[in-house]
Design a protein around this ligand. Structure first.
Ligand SMILES: [Zn+2]
Length: 199
């Protein structure tokens, strides 16, 4: 009987030892990826592309939030009204100079483009996690992330949670169809046939 009780009470070691959970456990990413998706919806509501991003420190604190602002006016505080006003760039402008960038994780709702991936590499961000792949606009189409000469120290975690990957694909699909050439939309149809059906 005692063994049964112990089994019921058994929890993961990291929960009992006060340690941060291992990054290999996809659930550690869930709350942050959900926040990027919420930011993406905000962008869509105000006329920009539905992409969000957050930067998280080693203690799991969000130190900057950003979202795509290409369809909004530029302000003194926020980049906007420019094709480079991507969610990740918004994050980097917000956070300013980074301290201990290797301890930081950049979460995005959609796989970063070559510009944003390059900026992350330049800043030496330790880890990048995205909810949904971008088979056309993502850097991975042009350059294997693992081959990027500046990304050797960056851990890449693509699409760790299938439910959120689906959610992100459905959210971005209309924009992919609108913004990408036929060839790009075809890649989206191939990668996410269910999420792009009827878009
Ligand atoms: Zn970008």
């Amino acid at each position: 009987m005692m063994n049964v009780a112990l089994d019921v009470l058994r929890v993961a070691d990291w929960q009992t030892e006060g340690m941060t959970p291992p990054v290999s456990d996809p659930s550690v990413h869930e709350a942050f990826l959900r926040e990027t998706l919420a930011l993406a919806r905000k962008s869509l509501d105000v006329g920009s592309s539905p992409i969000g991003a957050v930067l998280v420190d080693k203690n799991g604190e969000v130190i900057a939030r950003g979202r795509n602002r290409v369809g909004e006016p530029q302000t003194a505080r926020r980049v906007g009204d420019a094709s480079v006003a991507h969610a990740e760039m918004d994050v980097f402008f917000q956070v300013g100079k980074l301290e201990n960038p290797q301890d930081l994780t950049l979460y995005t709702s959609l796989e970063p483009c070559l510009m944003c991936g390059g900026a992350s590499a330049l800043l030496e961000v330790g880890r990048i996690v995205w909810a949904t792949a971008d088979p056309w606009g993502g850097a991975g189409r042009l350059l294997a992330w693992s081959d990027h000469p500046a990304m050797q120290e960056t851990e890449i975690v693509p699409c760790p949670l299938p439910d959120l990957e689906t959610e992100g694909a459905s959210l971005f699909a209309p924009e992919a169809k609108r913004a990408f050439p036929d060839e790009g939309w075809a890649l989206w149809r191939e990668k996410y046939p269910t999420e792009t059906e009827g878009v």
